[in-house]
Design a protein around this ligand. Structure first.
Ligand SMILES: [Zn+2]
Ligand SMILES: [Zn+2]
Length: 223
């Protein structure tokens, strides 16, 4: 369970991501409230020490709805308990809950700096209504690969906004492997983490029938 959790757990609070927020410079992810608080006294990523921004690190944070959706899918009951907690937080203070106007994802754009005021949790469901792509994930056969890990279900549907890194995380989670050991390839080419399914489909699979065929390779642990 520890290995599975490493991809969906915040290193600052050791809990599952809540309002998953990613640093655009290094793509490390934290809870929004954890990283906002941390950056009050630092300009560096707590995981890799990358300098986030010269003066205003909050500008390089992005709410990561795909990641939050993944966490909610992998952790049954988390979304409900989090929504309950937020309701109680506001009720206990006699406040109306403020929700975010649509289209604004930048954490730094929150003028109050209140961790729970700007993210409308009902929109975490939004990805379910997105345009989807169907993928088929085949294991790349390689003589160097000693691992026996193979996906049980090789067909995956995901949002066109999902990125390769999200796919890698889901794959690692299902295979029980560390993130750096799994790569996603198309036709022998390793795909970059930031590529979205939409970019992938338009540039590599346009006009072809679903599912889009991808390969995954598992690196030898000794390397
Ligand atoms: Zn956290
Ligand atoms: Zn980092």
């Amino acid at each position: 369970m520890k290995e599975l959790n490493e991809h969906i757990v915040c290193c600052l609070c050791a809990g599952y991501f809540i309002d998953a927020t990613t640093i655009t410079e290094c793509l490390h992810t934290f809870c929004k409230s954890c990283i906002v608080k941390y950056l009050q006294t630092s300009k560096y990523c707590p995981m890799c020490n990358t300098k986030i921004h010269e003066t205003q690190p909050l500008l390089n944070l992005k709410l990561d709805r795909v990641m939050q959706d993944i966490v909610y899918k992998l952790v049954p009951g988390l979304q409900e308990s989090e929504e309950k907690r937020i309701r109680e937080f506001y009720q206990s203070r006699g406040l109306d809950r403020v929700t975010q106007p649509s289209g604004e994802d930048t954490v730094g754009g929150d003028p109050m700096g209140l961790p729970y005021s700007t993210f409308d949790h009902s929109r975490a469901h939004y990805f379910r209504y997105d345009e989807h792509v169907s993928l088929c994930l085949e294991k790349q056969s390689s003589s160097k690969d000693k691992s026996k890990a193979v996906l049980q279900h090789k067909y995956v549907r995901c949002s066109v906004r999902a990125q390769i890194r999200h796919l890698r995380r889901v794959l690692c989670h299902r295979l029980g492997l560390p993130l750096q050991h799994v790569q996603i390839m198309f036709n022998g080419e390793t795909l970059p983490d930031h590529m979205t399914m939409k970019q992938l489909w338009l540039s590599r699979w346009f006009g072809k029938p679903a599912p889009l065929l991808l390969h995954y390779s598992i690196k030898d642990k000794r390397r």
